[in-house]
Write a protein that binds this ligand. Structure first.
Ligand code: ADP
Ligand code: F6P
Length: 458
């Protein structure tokens, strides 16, 4: 059976092997590399009169089929409903949610147009796997066109409790659309519970359809490939330059898209707190925060960019010295080998989102470590990864005192304990890697067996 993957962001590999920034692009590339298939979605381009049919490019075993969208589509569908309404709502940020009926209509319209474009190239046996919140209505639109193939959906961001989700105008329509899928996947048991409960009570007076089959299946990374990249990274000149610039100071690292859900401002403040509480550490430790801009045309993202710059400037000017800056902040993306090398040389990985579907950076940090001298992962309890990665130092990112203490604990942790924690985490990453995740979802999608009989992560 041919696999057809559908996602808003399609990331064809470029010549430098630079990955698209964002967990979904990184993960789907790994999944399709193993199995081959077609990857359909937005080209990333905006044009006044986009072609109706996809533009198909074959690269190795993967065919990339992409379509452009109009400037209005981008404003209403991508910058609008998807990223100003759905994203904040699903990250539990009711105060940031901006809803407009025109944007909701634009979201539905683009889903309809994408479905029509895919319907033109679909074959009867294709297995269709749709990804992420931009495309919730996609299957319902395909069904309207008479497509009867099996269609699965994976939701890569959190699914909030009904009191939060139900506040989103259009919530009832989204649930109705979701019911058109044969299987819906989320990363955690918590999200699966919230989603199942969303189908159990009427939303905004609207009758709710029967729930689709729901599976909690935490996404993994290409553990072996990332580890291999890390092992070879010491020879990489970018990594060498970066590491030699640190001198003997231990490195604390954070890597995230510049997104308010990632808790970057709060993380900088926690690091400041750590330095204030531990004056002996001043001059002796560096935080490297890598945060490429993301969705910067969305006002709430522009605002977090400004807040980040202000916080960074304040901390570096108040605590820095002529020969030492507490925080190095870099706003660009790096190749996977460079990232792997930086993770490998960092004594602490700080992954402290305020809320996150999974967070692949947490997994990449662990995969990159040296088995005989690993670093320590400090992980937000609100990242989906925390449901699996219990041997990390789990923190509440809303409490900067707690995060500051965890940084101190991580830097002082004896080697035996670091090794013991790392081993358990690493074994989990090997067992539940991207191949396991892809296969488990596709098995569940093709099987008619009850989900209880299918593989689970714990
Ligand atoms: P999200 O999907 O919300 O962006 P994840 O942590 O799940 O969050 O995934 C982010 C992915 O993007 C990871 O694979 C990470 O390595 C990659 N990434 C993030 N920042 C960079 C960067 N500056 N350069 C290269 N890759 C990056
Ligand atoms: O699941 C995280 C996610 O929202 C993906 O859907 C998305 O591709 C990625 O983050 C990066 O965001 P964007 O595609 O808006 O640049």
């Amino acid at each position: 059976m041919r696999l057809v993957v559908v996602s808003n962001r399609v990331s064809a590999p470029n010549r430098e092997g630079k990955a698209g920034v964002g967990g979904l692009a990184v993960a789907l590339r790994a999944a399709l590399r193993e199995r081959g298939g077609v990857w359909f979605g937005w080209s990333g381009r905006v044009s006044e009169a986009p072609a109706e049919l996809p533009h198909i490019v074959q690269r190795g075993r993967v065919g990339y089929a992409v379509v452009d969208i109009t400037p209005l589509d981008r404003d209403e569908y991508y910058l609008g409903f998807a990223n100003r309404a759905l994203w904040p709502n699903m990250h539990y940020r009711l105060g940031l949610t901006q809803f407009s009926r025109a944007e909701f209509a634009g979201y539905m319209r683009v889903n309809r147009r994408f479905a029509a474009a895919l319907a033109a190239i679909i074959e009867p046996d294709d297995l269709i796997w749709v990804h992420d919140y931009h495309l919730i209505p996609f299957a319902a639109e395909l069904r309207r066109l008479g497509i009867q193939n099996r269609i699965g959906y994976f939701h890569h961001i959190p699914w909030p409790p009904i009191d939060v989700f139900g506040a989103l105008p259009g919530a009832g329509d989204l649930l109705t659309a979701l019911a058109a899928y044969d299987l819906v996947g989320v990363h955690t048991e918590r999200d699966a519970g919230n989603l199942a409960r969303s189908f159990a009570e009427p939303v905004g007076g609207m009758p709710v359809p029967a729930a689709p089959r729901i599976i909690a299946l935490p996404i993994g990374i290409d553990t072996a490939a990332f580890r291999a990249a890390a092992q070879h990274a010491d020879a990489n000149s970018v990594v060498q330059r970066m590491i030699s610039g640190l001198g003997d100071r231990p490195l604390v690292i954070g890597v995230d898209r510049l997104d308010y859900s990632k808790g970057i401002v709060e993380r900088l403040e926690a690091f400041e707190r750590f330095l204030v509480a531990n004056p002996d550490r001043r001059g002796n430790v560096t935080l490297l925060q890598i945060a490429p801009p993301s969705r910067s045309e969305v006002p709430e993202y522009e605002q977090v960019g400004r807040q980040t710059d202000e916080t960074l400037g304040r901390i570096n000017s108040s605590l820095g010295d002529t020969g030492w800056m507490p925080i190095r902040f870099v706003k660009r993306s790096y190749t996977r080998p460079v990232l792997a090398g930086l993770f490998r040389n960092a004594a602490v990985g700080l992954v402290t989102p305020m809320r996150d579907g999974m967070n692949l950076v947490a997994k990449e940090y662990v995969a990159a470590q040296r088995p005989d001298d690993p670093g320590v992962l400090v992980l937000s309890r609100f990242a989906g990864a925390a449901e699996q990665m219990r041997e990390a130092l789990i923190v509440n990112p809303f409490d900067k005192f707690e995060v500051a203490e965890a940084i101190g604990t991580a830097l002082a942790m004896p080697k035996d304990e670091r090794i013991a924690r790392w081993r358990v985490l690493y074994e989990g990453l090997c067992r539940h890697d991207i191949g396991w995740w892809t296969q488990s979802f596709l098995d569940a999608l093709t099987a008619s067996a009850p989900l209880a009989a299918l593989p689970r992560f714990s």
